[in-house]
Ligand binder design. Sequence first.
Ligand code: BEZ
Length: 581
Amino acid sequence: MQIVIEKNLKVPMRDGVELATDVYHPDTREPTPVLVQRLPYNKELTSLVNFSLDIQRAVRAGYTVVVQDTRGRFASGGQFNPFFHEAEDGADTIAWVRRQPWSSGRIGMVGGSYFGATQWLAATQAPEGLLALAPYVTAADYHEGWAYQGGAFELGFNLHWTLLFLALGELQRRLGAGQATLEDLGALIQAVDQNDALFWRLPLTDMPPLEGLAPYYFDWLAHPDEDDYWRRIAPKEHYANITAPALNIGGWYDLFLGGTLANYRGMKERGGSPTARQHQRLIVGPWAHGVAGGAFSDRLFGMMAGADAFDLTGVQLRWFDYWLKGLDNGVDRERPVRLFVMGANIWREEDDWPLPDTRFTPYYLHSGGRANSAAGDGVLSTEPPGDEPEDVYLYDPRNPVPTVGGPTFLPGLFVGANAGPRDQRAVEARADVLCYTTAPLERPVEVTGPVALVLYAASSALDTDFTGKLVDVAPDGRATILTEGILRARYRESPSAPTLLEPGRIYELRLDLWATANVFDVGHRIRLEVSSSNFPRFDRNPNTGGTIAEARADDLVQAVNRVYHDRAHPSHLILPIIDRA
Ligand code: BEZ
């Protein structure tokens, strides 16, 4: 089939700004359904345009595909301010597509990550003709689960994303317009290459490579609380306006997993039409952001784990065939949830998320007061604690616990250089990492669903962080991260109303460790790690109680943090146990 591409059409927005748009036409004179993708990363870059769906295959399947540079990016006009224009610009683009002679008026949207965000934000306007979405590895909110998590700044993601994927494009654009020099470009490339060193730079607001180029980075730092700045642009605040059904696709090691799961549930409960509420779908693979092959250096999930073997493009095209072409292909009769269960290494269909037969089970923390490191005496069991001494560690922000894999977005992104199921033994050798581990399992235990941690904890500081990590320990000692979370203590009561700690007082803290699907095999052990930093994935809490983004290196203080596990303070992990013997 011959694919005709119309390049750089200027699509006018309501304020007159024109967005550069390519249209990939299938070989037909008939109007066709249309798939729209809006991205800020340059529509000329084939690998990014095909990030979630093979565009050529979609065209061969009879779709017209529209790919647009978002406002202020590459060939488009206007100023870029992440998220803030995407609802209106998305709706205006859909309205333009509807009017075109090649369009059947039945439109879907595709794309992952930021271009998943452009789907949700367009959908908040319920533009006529937008009948289905396929958001891939994207969030529900650009505060919780994007710029921040549990109140901590997602330093690794925010800085690397802004430097490499946003600021560099802006500088290239200025260079083209004669507003920047090759020296400026050289300096920025050097900053990208020194990204690891920049993570250590304090105060966070002092980030020269981004000054003047990415003002929004400083806006994010200026809005640590969940406030109106964030609420305005959060899809989760607008579910009631969204009428399109969505095929939500995520990864167990994706940094937006929490939002992917929240979108599925939130739209089921609060979506703006019966169709949207009844036809949410969820797919989660053993993938990290930009790494969807199902193979990581420390763990292989088998032949069928990759997005290609799963045929992610085919699955999405089937979805759109149903909603946009009206084919009776059974999509409406399928079970709504498809999960890859790690350990068992199989795909499984389910009736809902969380799984209806989940047995949420408390696993209590125990020790004789020396749970520091994997060599300590920490135990995890379903027995509630008796009278046990607390565990104590020193959190020193000058020597934070390093990020080793997990749901990250760090340099080396596309090869998962520091992402996914990495071995935690180096981290677990540290005295500031408490480890609580079950006895070797006598039968396989499946943990599939949301994971939460309830900690009874105290700090010597006015504010500090607590982290939790769920780990699968193999008989040979390999300790593979499954999922993790963080809570900045000042946000323990509310993400929008920070309250400092009273030093020494014991608080009940609830950490959202997101979710996993994993079978712990016979002989394996379930481990919980507790600590107070995970750097550079998250910024370091300086423990001062002051404005964190403005803390200088000299301001950092150590905190003595305590985790209690006794009758009155039964700290516990809540695991979603699935019994399918
Ligand atoms: C993102 O929006 O996070 C993204 C997606 C693909 C490549 C790089 C970044």
